[in-house]
Design a protein around this ligand. Structure first.
Ligand SMILES: Nc1ncnc2c1ncn2[C@@H]1O[C@H](COP(=O)(O)OP(=O)(O)OP(=O)(O)O)[C@@H](O)[C@H]1O
Ligand SMILES: [Mg+2]
Length: 285
């Protein structure tokens, strides 16, 4: 495990153990299949996530979005299919391995430790320690303050690196989780329903953070029930329907209205009929 201490005093991210930069997709899923108790919830899912891309993942309740995310983060093992990170085939992915490969997940609820300060939350599990093993608290506070100002845009004078997370708004918490992921050089940041329970203003702020992930050259997968949110930040939107990819739609080519109509059609018929060279269309019913 790296210490997170880069010796440069700030925004230079910590080293990852295994993350390998390179060409090709940051993440490549092929034929991912998963059943729970004999019920198949994912049917041969193919997804590519490109470097510097925000990929939206949408679909009805129970479509299999969270299951797919749990497979990417090593929580569940697929029954069949392959997972490649930067072209490298990874077998038997576990949670620690996924983390070492640069996958970070931001959830509304579980992302942060409520009773701990911001700096402790940022460095949780990856503290900066000196040669003798003493924690370098001053340095961790300083980096937190820098991240708060530069990356999070926290302007409230009431907030310091010592502020407990309980004192943050929902949007600020999400921002902190994203900034933490970026600081530790996450290559892929996964956001599963991050806007749940956020106010309109906080949601706006969160979506700007997601833009920041792309600006940092990292990739993100954003799951949100609100297609407006997804559409406003995603480069491409994957529509998952009952465990199958119904299509992948670049937001540069499809208007929000078109995408909404497609999602409605998929939900009603389990098929999207217009043939598209750049999308995967499942023709099964
Ligand atoms: N651990 C599990 N054991 C048994 N069934 C599960 C498990 N996890 C998910 N499922 C089932 O798999 C299907 C897909 O669930 P999943 O949570 O992936 O859907 P989702 O697309 O994330 O839905 P939502 O939008 O409601 O969050 C559902 O039918 C769900 O009940
Ligand atoms: Mg879910």
């Amino acid at each position: 495990m790296s210490t997170g201490d880069t010796g440069t005093g700030g925004m230079v991210p910590a080293q990852r153990d295994e993350a390998v930069p390179g060409d090709g997709p940051a993440l490549e899923l092929r034929g991912i299949t998963k059943s729970f108790g004999g019920v198949r919830v994912l049917h041969g899912v193919d997804i590519d996530l490109r470097p510097g891309e925000v990929l939206g993942l949408v679909g009805d309740n129970g479509a299999g979005k969270s299951t797919l995310i749990k497979i990417i983060t090593g929580v569940h093992q697929p029954d069949a299919g392959t997972i490649r990170f930067h072209g490298r085939l990874v077998d038997g992915l576990t949670v620690p391995r996924a983390r070492a490969l640069g996958v970070e997940t931001v959830y509304q609820e579980r992302a942060l430790a409520e009773q701990l300060s911001m700096w402790r939350n940022i460095f949780m599990g990856r503290p900066i320690a000196g040669r003798l093993g003493f924690l370098n608290v001053r340095r961790m506070r300083r980096i937190t303050a820098q991240l708060m100002g530069e990356s999070m845009g926290f302007t409230s004078a009431a907030l310091t690196p010592d502020t407990n997370v309980t004192g943050l708004s929902g949007g600020e918490r999400q921002g902190l989780a994203i900034v933490r992921a970026l600081h530790f050089e996450a290559a892929i940041i996964i956001l599963d329903e991050p806007t749940m329970g956020l106010s309109l203003a906080e949601t706006e702020k969160l979506l700007r953070f997601v833009d920041g992930i792309r600006a940092a050259g990292k990739s993100a997968i954003l799951i949100d029930h609100n297609i407006f949110h997804v559409y406003s930040v995603a480069d491409r939107v994957v529509v998952l329907d009952r465990g199958r990819v119904a299509g992948t739609f670049p937001t540069a080519k499809y208007s929000l209205d078109q995408l909404t109509a497609i999602m409605r059609e998929v939900a009603a018929t389990a098929v999207y009929t217009e043939p598209l060279s750049h999308s995967t269309v499942e023709a099964e019913t």
